[in-house]
Every structure is written in C-alpha cells, then in structure tokens.
Design a protein around this ligand. Sequence first.
Ligand code: FAD
Length: 434
Amino acid sequence: MRHIAIIGSGPSGFYAAEAALKAFGDEVAIDILDRLPTPYGLIRAGVAPDHQSIKAVSRRYEAVARDPRVAFIGNVEVGRDIGLAELRTLYDDVVLAVGAPEDRRLGIPGEELPGVFGSGAFVGWYNGHPDCAGLAPPLDAAGVAVIGNGNVAIDCARVLAKTVAELAESDIAGHALKALERSAVRDIHILGRRGPYQASFTLKEVGELGELERATPVVRPADLPDPAGDAALETGHRRVVEVLRRFAAAGPDPEKPVRIHFAFFHRPVRILGTDRVEGVEVALTRVDEAGNATDTGETRILPCGLVIAAIGYRTLPLEGAAFDARAGRFANADGRIDAGLWCVGWAKRGPSGTIGTNRPDGFAVIDRIRAEGAPAAGRPGRAGLLAALAGRGVRPTSFADWEAIDRAEVAAARPGAPREKIVEMAALRALCGA
Ligand SMILES: Cc1cc2nc3c(=O)[nH]c(=O)nc-3n(C[C@H](O)[C@H](O)[C@H](O)COP(=O)(O)OP(=O)(O)OC[C@H]3O[C@@H](n4cnc5c(N)ncnc54)[C@H](O)[C@@H]3O)c2cc1C
C-alpha cells in the first residue's frame, strides 16, 4: 500500500488525487488535507461568484473525494497543526498543492495606507473566505483603482460595477452584497503599465464589460495601436483587441452611471493619502516595439478611495521545503522538491494558467512517483496522522462534514442564489462538530 498525502484541496490537489487513483488502483490510500473545512481552494474562494458554470468543475472533484481510497481531512494546517518533516515520516509521498495565497506587493510608497488591498484579499472578501470576511473595503468614494491587466483585475472591476440584481444568482458572500448595495463607486480604473497588445485579458471577461446593466466600458481610441499590427496577434488576443476597439469606437454609454476605464500606459508610482487612500499617482508610459514600457515624463493623479493590486501571488514558504524566493514558489525540478516530496499547481509553477492547466501537473507528478517504484512498507499513513492530530487536540473534519456545510449553505441561499456562504471559521467548525 502506498500512502500519499496531498496538502491542499484546490484543483491541483484534486487532479493529483485523480491521477493517483488511476495509477495505483487498489494499492493506494490518499489523504487530501486542507487548512479549511471547505474543499476546492480557489474554485470556492477565487473564481468569480457570478461565474457559476466555472465553479461546476467541483462536481468532478466530488467524485474523487467520495472514492473509498480517498479521505478529505479539513481543518488541518500543515506548518501549524503538523510539520512537514513529521508528515514525511507518516506518508510515502507528500504532494504540496497549497497554491499561492499571498498577494504580490506593489512596492511603491503609500502601499500601507488603509484602503489598499491585494486582489487575493479583495476577492476572498467577496467570495467569503474566512480569512478575509472582515476586510470591509471602503466603497464610499467614487473612484477605485484596480492595478493589473489580467482577468482578476476585470473580475474585481465587474463585481464592483454590477447591481445587486445582477449578482442575485451568484454566490457572492452576503456581507459583500450588503456593502455593494450601498456603494458610492462610479469610476473604476483598470491600470496597466503597458497597452492593449500586452494585456492578458481573455475574450469572455472583456466582452462581459459591454453587457452590464449600469456600467459602461471606457477605452481611449488613442490607446489603441495601429490595426495593422492585429494580424500578428494570436487569435484569442486579437479578439480581445477587437472588443476593445469596439468599446473605443462606441464611446461610453451616457445613460450608465458607472464607468470602467481601461487606463492603459499608466504605471502607478505612489499611493496618495494621509489616513487612508485618496488617490494614485501614475506615470504615463509608452511601449516600444519589443513591448517594454518607458515613462513619457507626464504624470497623472487618479482620485480614489480604494486600491486593489491585482498583480499576482506568491506561495507561502513551508518549513522543510526548498523555496525559490525570487519566483515565489517551491524550488522544484518538474514537481520534485526532494525524495518523496513533490509539488503541483500554483505551488509548483507560480500563479498562472487556468483551472485545467493544473491537470497535466497532477498527472505528471504521479507518473514520476510511480517511476520511483514501490515504497518500502511500513508507513502508517492516515492512522498515524489522525493519532498525531488527536494527541495535540486538533479536530480534523471530513468530506461528510463539508457535505453538511454544503447543505446548510444551500438551505440558507437567497432567492435565486445557489448558496449563502458561511464565512466564520467558528461557524464552519461548529457545523462539523470540530
Ligand atoms: C481571483 C481568481 C479568479 C480565477 N478565475 C478563474 C477562472 O474563472 N477560470 C479558471 O480556469 N481559472 C481561474 N483562476 C485560476 C485557478 O483558480 C487556479 O488555476 C487554481 O485554483 C490553482 O489551483 P491550486 O490547487 O494550485 O491552488 P488553490 O486553488 O489556491 O488551492 C490551494 C489549497 O491549499 C490550501 N492550503 C494552503 N496552505 C495550506 C496549508 N499550509 N495546509 C493545508 N492546506 C493549505 C488552501 O486552503 C486551498 O484550498 C482564478 C484565480 C484567481 C486568483
């Protein structure tokens, strides 16, 4: 019997488990640990609440979690409740699938001011992650700056721009819906250092901004490059640029009170304010043939009461696992950190790619584990873990406990919504008897 511990129950953890089930048949016992009693990582806490069809991928993970060879062990944080070194004595293989939960910092003056958040925290707030439920982002000023030119920046802008009616069928956390109902936000600036050719938005995310009830996209025609260059773009990107051209040609809809400004060629240099954010000072840039941005010498101040930095994430180091501080993820060679210690997903590659990108990672790591041959017998696996946790008063939760949380959330849903998320750790634990 091979005992595998997978740390983290996001997509990469579940794909690794699925691969291990296929690779090892009846000769495997897989434990998927998570610090939360709720599984699925960023499917629950990252993917936008108004993109329910994407969240449906969790159905596939459910089938894995219900397999008798698999146990979901929630409410156990590796590095706090049990160390990595100890886990490695209990299991033949430990696979780190812990994602990249830490927001990358802007590294500019004023970043510490109240009202500046990383997108991980802001998204965690509207998605009801227990760590972020108390965030209370200020929504009392007209201006918001969202820094970054990827889909996460668009998610943040769209959620801020939507009406309560538009969010009715989403599973946005109740506290966020209440706060957004009273929001004074009117001008949302999506800041990118470079231009439309360098942005990493995808078509669906950009297109949706043209279909909002009370919000309208604003693209400055002067920011769009000569259309002759579009032919060299990859198809998906070309379509994104076409949509931006359409927005620029149509101009903002004057009937709509909320504007989403694509502020291309804007490099934030300083967050302004005394007790809280009052604005962002931006250096205007131009981009050369090679795609590099240089300042033009002009600056601009964007008044805003909230700044969201959507510029990427880092994995948190874990004692006992080699870490690449520059890249912000575990130091690994194709997923291998050390003998019997592996990583997958964002913890392996860094924070890029879609949910599906994590699947080949999981399968590749399990292939490599299989290639190492049969393990020496004698590791205790789950029995050893549960004994160690009991000895220090940690109460792990099960997949059946998550199903009880799920039922309670579905039962409490607002009309039309799929669920009302429970956001307090104490309340989640209480439902599990933990
Ligand atoms: C805001 C946002 C929106 C996104 N939207 C989309 C989208 O629409 N479509 C798409 O394809 N992709 C989307 N993605 C990307 C997708 O979510 C990721 O590719 C994927 O979640 C990465 O999976 P992962 O398993 O590596 O990490 P995660 O999903 O982050 O899972 C990590 C898990 O590890 C657990 N964990 C962390 N540390 C510990 C510890 N010490 N002990 C125990 N457990 C721990 C966490 O609780 C978490 O459950 C989005 C990402 C973000 C940030």
